[in-house]
Design a protein around this ligand. Structure first.
Ligand code: TXA
Ligand code: MG
Length: 333
């Protein structure tokens, strides 16, 4: 299990005071680190967009201390949403629901819906309970970059733009939450994550709706979201071998492979990928960051199995490669 860094009650109190003063505080969640601001303070929300360099029409996720808080922020919650909240909260699931009238339009990027989740990380829950309100928190990275999964990544991304970073050690899940919206009573996945389509269907006893083409803007569905700086390509085992033979002679290449480093490869950096989808997700962004820093001109990643339990990882790899067509990107497929 990942190590946990102890956060003291004094640090939680200091974080709460900063949030109340309209400042930004980064905190760990079980998925990735979030950059938190008081959801009821419009100027704090604007500061959040500035720090992330995020366009104003990209809505934020509200983090709540418990499921009961859902009522305050939403209207007309379908029974299916309550069922999912009951089973998966606290946890890596975000629900997109019609927003209550009082919700500031800055939070929802001008949309009629609002995204909410109750995270399960103990430090996130301590902070939320002590704050006694909703914390708006996108991933604590600059717009379009890899989400941070350690406090050091947050510092690397945001530097002095964040007032305080609560260090909870490496995130256990490592990729962002599953986002679910509703079309009437039917659930639809806008972003795959640790909570799988199968788990959602099993909980609701019905099939998910196909993603909607004109679905609300989800920044994580832009073609090249969750990206490192170096170009990245995903290849299957056979293609990778021949590609590397030709390519790595020409320019320094970093490789993330399912297998050990072959003797004859000229790859500048060879990382062996974790075997299980859970381990792979946990380490993915850290590995991509390390490969990005290695001074290589290209990152080559071996494709992962075409199986449901790998769907969220496949999605992030495709986006890191910028290989999703804009038309598909809008649907979150
Ligand atoms: O795991 C997570 O969800 C992390 C942690 C910090 O909780 N947060 C996260 O936030 O990934 P962010 O802002 O990086 O991504 C939130 C995604 C964005 O793609 C955003 O467009 C989408 O949620 N979103 C927010 N509100 C929405 C809405 N009303 N309709 C559709 N998508 C929405
Ligand atoms: Mg993000």
């Amino acid at each position: 299990m990942p190590y946990r860094v102890e956060v003291t009650e004094e640090q939680i109190a200091q974080a709460v005071a900063l949030l109340r003063a309209g400042k930004l505080v980064a905190f760990p969640t079980e998925t990735v680190y979030g950059l938190g601001a008081d959801a009821s303070n419009a100027s704090a929300i604007r500061a959040l967009f500035t720090a992330k360099q995020r366009p104003a029409d990209h809505p934020l996720i509200l983090h709540l201390a418990d499921t009961a808080a859902l009522k305050h922020w939403t209207t007309a919650v379908p029974r299916e949403a309550w069922q999912l909240a009951e089973v998966f909260w606290p946890g890596p699931l975000t629900l997109v629901l019609p927003r209550a009238e009082h919700v500031a339009s800055e939070l929802s990027g001008g949309q009629s819906t609002i995204a909410l989740r109750v995270p399960s990380h103990p430090i996130a829950l301590r902070l939320l309970n002590a704050f006694n309100g909703a914390i708006a928190a996108p991933s604590a990275n600059r717009f379009g970059r890899l989400s941070p999964t350690t406090a050091a990544h947050v510092h690397e991304e945001l530097g002095d733009a964040v007032e305080m970073i609560l260090d909870g050690g490496p995130c256990a899940i490592g990729i962002e939450s599953t986002i679910v919206a509703f079309r009437g009573a039917q659930a639809v996945i806008l972003r795959p994550g640790a909570v799988t389509a199968e788990q959602i269907e099993d909980t609701l006893h019905k099939e998910l709706a196909a993603p909607i083409r004109s679905s609300p803007r989800v920044s994580g569905t832009l073609a090249s979201h969750y990206a490192q700086r170096s170009p990245l390509t995903v290849l299957n085992e056979d293609d990778m071998e021949s590609f590397l033979r030709g390519e790595s002679a020409k320019r320094p290449v970093a490789v993330l492979s399912q297998r050990g480093r072959p003797r004859d490869t000229r790859a500048a950096l060879w990382q062996v990928a974790p075997q299980s989808p859970a381990e792979y997700a946990r380490h993915l962004y850290g590995l991509l960051r390390r490969m990005d820093h290695a001074g290589c001109q290209l990152i080559v990643v071996e494709s992962v199995p075409e199986l449901p339990q790998w769907a969220a990882i496949q999605d992030r790899l495709m986006r890191a490669a910028g290989g999703i067509e804009p038309a598909d990107a809008a649907t979150g497929t």
